[in-house]
Design a protein around this ligand. Structure first.
Ligand code: GLC
Ligand code: CA
Length: 557
C-alpha cells in the first residue's frame, strides 16, 4: 500500500446508534450499517470511522467500555461486525475503530477487581488516591460536571474520572495497562481493521504531582482539561504504542487531542515523530465558548474563525498533518452553527463544504452533514439523551447560575444531541431509520431533508460533497499546496489561495445571507471554475457574490 495513503483519503463518521436500525428496536446497529454501505460508496468516501460499538453499559453512548473485545448487545454480535468489515472491504471501504483507552466503564472487569481492595492484581490499573482532610484529593472538575473524584468505601480511597462517574481513568503509568491496551489493539488489527480514532488521547499521561487547579469565578471546581492534557509521558507512551502496534500495520490514525496547540500537534502528528498521523484540534470549535464554558448561544466572528483555521493551515504545513472537520457526534450541526439552516440551508451547507474541503488535511464528514441535516430544535429537557447536556442543564439551571430559557437556548445551539438525531434516509415514518420508537426523536424536517430526496436531485448537497471528494482525488494541489489567507479583516468573506508549483487555487466563500462585492484577484483571468454553488458566467473583475455563494477557481500557468 502507498505510504501516507490517508493523506488524500476522506473519512465518514458513523454514530452507530443513530445511523440505521435493522431490527426495529429503535437503536441503530451493525446490520443497519452493512445495509447502507452502498450509499457510502456512492458518496465516494474512503474510510468509515465508527463511534464505539464495544460492550458498554451506555452511560456515555458507548464511550464507557466494559469489554474491548466484544460488541454492544444493542448493536448486534461479533459475527455482525465481521460481516460488516468484510462487506466494507469488498467495496474498497476501510474501517477506523474508535479507541477509548483513557478510561473504561466502571463495569469493566479490571475496574471491578481494582475497586475491591488495595492489594489485587488490578489495584494499580486505575488512578487511586487518598482523600485530603476527608475530602477529594484535588479540586478538579469532571468534564461532565461535579468533582472528578469518586469515593470507594472498599478501598477508603478516591478514583479519578475525567468524564462521568462511570468512566474511571486508566493508569497509563502502569506498564501492564499499556501492554493490555496494545494487545487489544493488535487483536483488532489482526482482524483487519484499518485505523484508530483515539478518544481524548491527550489525557493518558497524568501529571507527576496532583495539585489543586485554579477555580474560575462562579465555579466550584478547577477545569480538568488543561491540568491533565499532554502530561510528562504522553509522547513516550504514544511512541511506544506506535512501535508496538501502529507501525506494524498500514493504519490511518487520528488523535482526539483536547487542549492541543500547534506546537503540541507537531509532536503528536509530526512527520518524523512516529506517533499519530493527525490530530483533531478544537480551537475553531471552542470560539463560541462563553462565561459558562461551551454553554453559549452565539456564533463567533468570521475573522476569529479564519484566524484559527489559517493558523493551523500555515503552521502545520510541511511539518505535520491536519484533520479537517466542522461536525462530529460532540458538536452541533454546522449548517445551524455557521450557516443559515432556514432560507439558505442548501446554499450555506454547500458553501461550508467547499470552504473546508479545499484546505490541506484529511476531511471528516459526519453522518447527515452531506444532507445538510440541521440542529434538533428540541424544546424540552425531556427530549435530550446526552449525559453532558442533562448534567449541565441541572447544574446550571438548578444551581441558579442561569435561567431555564437561556439554558434551553444554549442546548438548542450547542448540545451534542443536535448531531445525534437519527439519520434521515427517506420521508417515510421516522425518516426510514426505524419502524420502532427511536431512542432519540427524529428531526421533523426529515420529510424534506433526507437521503432519498438528495440522491434524486443532481444539484443536492450530497452531490457537492461527492464532487469535492472527487476533486481531492484529481488535483494534487488540494492535498499538497500551501495556503494563504486573503482579506483577513473581512467579517463577510472567507477567501484563500492554495499554491503548488505552477498551480493555484482560489476559494471564495460568502459567509452571509447578503450580496457582497468582491474583486477577483489578478492572475485568475484564465482560470477555470472547479465547483460553485450558483451558476455564474464571469469570474473576473468586480463581481457581486450571492447569499452564501462559494466557488473555487483553478489555474495552471
Ligand atoms: C470524547 C468523545 C465523547 C466522549 C468523551 C469521553 O470527547 O468524543 O463523545 O463523551 O470523549 O469518552
Ligand atoms: Ca436495532
Amino acid at each position: 500500500m502507498q505510504e501516507n495513503w490517508w493523506k488524500n483519503a476522506v473519512v465518514y463518521q458513523i454514530y452507530p446508534r443513530s445511523f440505521m436500525d435493522s431490527n426495529n428496536d429503535g437503536i441503530g446497529d451493525l446490520k443497519g450499517i452493512t445495509q447502507k454501505l452502498d450509499y457510502l460508496k456512492e458518496l465516494g468516501v474512503d474510510i468509515i470511522w465508527l463511534s464505539p460499538v464495544y460492550k458498554s453499559p451506555n452511560c456515555d453512548n458507548g464511550y464507557d467500555i466494559s469489554d474491548y473485545q466484544d460488541i454492544m448487545d444493542d448493536f448486534g454480535t461479533m459475527a455482525d461486525f465481521d460481516e460488516m468489515l468484510d462487506e466494507a472491504h469488498k467495496r474498497g471501504l476501510k474501517i477506523m475503530m474508535d479507541l477509548v483507552v483513557n478510561h473504561t466503564s466502571d463495569e469493566h472487569p479490571w475496574f471491578i477487581e481494582s475497586a475491591r481492595s488495595k492489594d489485587n492484581p488490578y489495584s494499580d490499573y486505575y488512578i487511586w488516591r487518598d482523600g485530603k482532610e476527608g475530602k477529594e484529593p484535588t479540586n478538579w472538575e469532571a468534564s461532565f460536571g461535579g468533582s472528578a473524584w469518586e469515593y470507594c468505601a472498599a478501598r477508603d480511597q478516591y478514583y479519578l474520572h475525567a468524564f462521568a462517574v462511570k468512566q474511571p481513568d486508566l493508569n497509563w503509568d502502569n506498564p501492564k495497562v499499556r501492554q493490555e491496551v496494545f494487545q487489544m489493539m493488535d487483536w483488532w488489527c489482526q482482524k483487519g481493521i484499518d485505523g484508530f480514532r483515539m478518544d481524548v488521547i491527550s489525557m493518558i499521561s497524568k501529571p507527576e504531582v496532583f495539585e489543586d487547579g485554579h477555580v474560575r469565578e462562579g465555579h466550584q471546581y478547577a477545569e480538568i482539561g488543561p491540568i491533565i492534557t499532554h502530561g510528562p509521558h504522553e509522547h513516550e507512551y504514544l511512541k511506544e504504542m506506535n512501535r508496538e502496534v501502529l507501525s506494524r500495520y498500514p493504519l490511518a490514525t487520528v488523535g482526539e487531542t483536547a487542549c492541543v496547540t500547534v506546537e503540541e500537534a507537531k509532536k503528536y502528528a509530526g512527520f518524523d515523530e512516529h506517533e499519530l498521523n493527525m490530530v483533531f484540534q478544537f480551537e475553531h470549535m471552542d470560539l463560541d465558548f462563553g462565561s459558562y464554558g461551551k454553554w453559549n448561544n452565539r456564533p463567533p466572528r468570521l475573522t476569529q474563525l479564519k484566524e484559527v483555521l489559517s493558523k493551523w493551515q500555515t503552521q502545520l504545513h510541511g511539518k505535520a498533518w491536519n484533520s479537517l472537520y466542522w461536525d462530529n457526534h460532540d458538536q452541533p450541526r454546522v449548517v445551524s452553527r455557521f450557516g443559515n439552516d432556514k432560507e439558505f440551508r442548501a446554499e450555506s451547507a454547500k458553501m461550508l463544504a467547499i470552504c473546508l474541503h479545499m484546505m490541506q488535511g484529511t476531511p471528516y464528514i459526519y453522518q447527515g452533514e452531506e444532507l445538510g441535516m440541521t440542529n434538533a430544535g428540541f424544546t424540552s429537557i425531556d427530549q435530550y439523551r446526552d449525559i453532558e447536556s442533562i448534567n449541565a442543564y441541572h447544574e446550571i439551571v438548578e444551581g441558579g447560575i442561569a435561567g431555564e430559557d437561556y439554558m434551553m437556548e444554549c442546548l438548542r445551539f450547542k448540545s451534542r444531541d443536535n448531531a445525534r438525531t437519527p439519520m434521515q434516509w427517506d420521508s417515510s415514518v421516522n425518516a426510514g431509520f426505524t419502524e420502532g420508537t427511536p431512542w432519540i426523536e427524529v428531526n421533523p424536517n426529515y420529510t424534506g431533508i433526507n437521503a432519498r430526496a438528495a440522491l434524486a436531485d443532481k444539484d443536492s448537497i450530497f452531490y457537492y460533497y461527492k464532487k469535492l471528494i472527487g476533486l481531492r482525488k484529481e488535483y494534487q494541489i488540494i492535498t499538497e499546496g500551501s495556503y494563504e489567507l486573503l482579506l483577513p479583516d473581512s467579517e463577510e468573506l472567507y477567501v484563500y489561495t492554495r499554491t503548488y508549483g505552477d498551480e493555484k487555487l482560489l476559494t471564495v466563500c460568502n459567509f452571509t445571507g447578503d450580496i457582497q462585492k468582491f474583486e477577483v484577484p489578478g492572475g485568475f483571468e484564465k482560470s477555470r471554475c472547479l465547483i460553485g454553488n450558483y451558476s455564474r458566467d464571469v469570474y473576473k473583475g468586480q463581481i457581486e457574490l450571492k447569499p452564501y455563494e462559494a466557488f473555487v477557481l483553478y489555474k495552471c500557468r
